[in-house]
Design a protein around this ligand. Structure first.
Ligand SMILES: [Zn+2]
Length: 319
């Protein structure tokens, strides 16, 4: 029987149910939070996480894939508390979220030493707990696939080959990082049907996205609500066209919502919605506005909904 690791332990894959495939319970820099803890209010962060997750639960969500890795303050004890208090299952990852920088720790340690860290989280447990990572995370963004980014990608790839664990790769379509990321995974022998190239929905270049799908990976239309990257109507048009072209089985739809995030000073965060940088960014936008729009466009029936929100995440997580 196929199983999946969650922060509350191993479950039967069928128990995943309705899944949000890319969200964050909390995003904050662990070095900042460690060095200047008074800048953070853990109770507020927990409250925000519970509000977001309970709202998603009200829409029928049973599981949330939390894509928070190193440098975004991954904290599996917090995830477990949110899962316990909300009754929503949370799936955690291992990996490093960097666009280039790596700590000096890695200067004289090679790819395989990084792989070892990831495998430890997958097989032993994360942060001294027995909570195991269910997937691997890496990222490529504006600086491109730099030497350090490639090192993390190869380490993630090797951990995937060694353990059979799936991969989620943050990408930046504006500079077309996706094809190079896929190429690295291929070189390392990764099963591409266990890879999600996240954030493909940030472009409306359907042919670019289709080119990735043709390699056998899943693509994430997973940043609904982040208008500054692309508006909801353009995102929906892209989703609709991919569905018309028959790619339902390759799509992950989600919001990349961060219940709390320390990247923005409060005055900037307050202006994000009025200035149109975000639009109803939440863990429910896809159910409130996206699914209804795609249904209206005639590209999403009940079977398509089940494929995208149940079957795809389950297949990605379990092979
Ligand atoms: Zn994310």
């Amino acid at each position: 029987m196929a199983t999946v690791e969650t922060v509350q332990g191993t479950i039967d894959a069928e128990q995943l149910g309705l899944v949000l495939a890319h969200e964050h319970i909390r995003v904050r820099d662990e070095a900042m939070a460690d060095q200047w803890p008074a800048r953070y209010d853990e109770q507020l962060e927990l409250d925000a996480a519970l509000v977001a997750v309970n709202d998603a639960k009200d829409r029928g969500v049973q599981s949330i894939v939390d894509a928070t890795a190193m440098f975004n303050g991954r904290d599996v004890r917090l995830m477990k508390r949110v899962a316990d208090e909300s009754g929503v299952q949370i799936v955690a990852c291992t990996g490093i979220y960097t666009y280039d920088h790596l700590p000096h720790y890695f200067d004289f340690r090679d790819v395989d030493a990084v792989t070892e860290l990831f495998v430890e989280d997958i097989e032993g447990g994360i942060q001294g707990t027995d909570i195991k990572a269910a997937f691997l995370k890496c990222a490529a963004d504006a600086p491109g696939v730099t030497e350090n980014v490639e090192k993390v990608h190869r380490a993630v790839a090797r951990a995937s080959v060694q353990t059979g664990t799936p991969i989620m790769a943050h990408s930046m379509p504006a500079i077309a990082t996706g094809p190079r990321q896929v190429e690295i995974f291929k070189e390392e022998g990764v099963d591409l049907s266990r890879v999600v190239i996240a954030h493909c929905g940030d472009t409306d270049d359907v042919d670019y996205i289709e080119g990735l799908i043709e390699q056998g990976v899943y693509v994430g239309l997973d940043r609904y609500g982040i208008e500054v990257a692309l508006g909801i109507e353009a995102r929906n048009a892209t989703a609709a066209e991919l569905l018309r072209r028959g790619h339902a089985e390759r799509l992950m739809i989600s919001q990349d919502f961060c219940a709390s995030i320390d990247w923005f000073p409060p005055e900037m965060a307050e202006q994000a919605e009025p200035l149109g940088m975000i639009h109803k960014w939440s863990m429910t936008l896809v159910f409130d506005e996206v699914v209804p729009a795609l249904r209206e466009a005639g590209v999403m029936d009940d079977a398509t909904f089940e494929t995208i929100f149940k079957d795809n995440p389950r297949r990605w997580l379990t092979a």
